[in-house]
Write a protein that binds this ligand. Structure first.
Ligand code: SAH
Length: 336
């Protein structure tokens, strides 16, 4: 329920609308899981709330810790489905990697989540609650609040756009967690229509695109939906995004042996990366038990770095975190 709905409910009960604000703050500001926690509300009122409502909060069913400090939460939803979210600590920041869907509707060949198929979209509160759970863990284990959020868990955020946006509104609002949108990154495999919509709405968070190839034929072979949303449409949408937001795009890119390790793959990426101000993140491949995909050797990654840098494009090589607990990119599949 919105704050207004809660206020109206209390007024309809002959109480003050202020009571609705209090309940709302308990739910969203303090993450209360039970009406009994709401100590500034009378016992009778709490009982009345308990008789009339349920709090559909998520429950961290299982928490695993990696040898590198990464934490993975298996999160049970009210209908018994599970999603995963990850806390990635570094000396300077702690990042939450959250899920937006149960499973995924896309079919990227190299991703474990894709094998689950999409079961349903997460509600805004289910997304928000994952962040709250990780924020609590960050305070508990690392003595500091969460600093960044990436929508790089399970699901395609732009296929659940409205709920993701509502969750981000709550995360950034002073009544929620009051986080700056600049510390939030939404990662998409590239849905041109939705990228344009976000640009029109002048959203303030950052955009990352899982590119993996700048050649249509190759990209379609590993990300089949590219046949529907080819690179030209993606390019056009990204140009539109940059014109409206002036916000630099991050491309995520894995280099695989025998798939995108040729010179012409590098050249195509260099060309694509020049369309819109961007940076390229070369990410490590995390095996998902499929022999078709193998990380290219370091020399190939070096060739990518050299060529991108020679062309004035910012490039970083990112090592995976949490591999030993299947918490790394593309490994989220509710295995344990
Ligand atoms: N659907 C969104 C959000 C998922 S983000 C998107 O595609 O961007 C997860 C990131 O991990 C994406 O960049 C994805 O391409 C990448 N990824 C998927 N499987 C991977 C794997 N096995 N190893 C490394 N990265 C992978």
């Amino acid at each position: 329920m919105t704050k207004e709905q809660l206020q109206q409910f209390f007024v309809s009960q002959g109480d003050k609308s202020f009571r609705g604000t209090q309940v709302y703050e308990w739910l969203w500001g303090k993450g209360a899981h039970s009406f009994d926690d709401m100590t500034n509300i009378s016992k009778e009122t709490r009982q009345m709330l308990d008789d009339n409502f349920v709090i559909n909060h998520i429950r961290v069913d299982q928490m695993q810790r990696s040898s590198d400090g990464t934490i993975k939460n298996a999160v049970k939803l009210h209908d018994d489905l599970t999603v995963e979210s990850v806390l990635i600590p570094t000396p300077s920041r702690t990042t939450a990697c959250v899920s937006s869907q149960v499973g995924c509707s896309l079919d990227c060949k190299f991703c474990a989540t894709a094998k689950l198929k999409r079961m349903r979209n997460l509600n805004p509160d289910e997304i928000y609650d994952q962040v709250v759970a990780i924020d609590n863990e960050s305070r508990l284990y690392f003595d500091k609040p969460l600093s960044n959020i990436v929508f790089m868990g399970m699901g395609e955020p732009l296929m659940n756009y409205n709920n993701v946006l509502k969750a981000i509104e709550k995360i950034t609002s002073p009544e929620g967690l009051g986080m700056s949108p600049k510390r939030i990154t939404v990662s998409t495999s590239g849905v041109p229509k939705m990228i344009k919509k976000m640009a029109d709405e002048e959203v303030k968070f950052k955009l990352a695109v899982s590119l993996h190839s700048a050649i249509d034929e190759v990209r379609t072979s590993i990300m089949p939906f590219n046949a529907t949303f080819p690179l030209n449409d993606l390019r056009e949408a990204l140009e539109y995004w940059y014109a409206k937001t002036k916000s630099r795009i991050t491309y995520e890119y894995v280099v695989w042996k025998g798939i995108n390790d040729r010179r012409k793959d590098v050249e195509a990426l260099v060309k694509f990366a020049k369309y819109v101000p961007c940076k390229v993140n070369l990410i490590e491949y995390n095996p998902i038990g499929d022999d078709h995909f193998k990380q290219a050797p370091d020399e190939t990654t070096d060739m990518y770095v050299r060529e991108l840098e020679r062309n004035g494009i910012t490039v970083t090589v990112r090592r995976s975190r949490g591999k030993d607990i299947d918490a790394a990119c593309g490994q989220l599949a509710n295995k344990s």
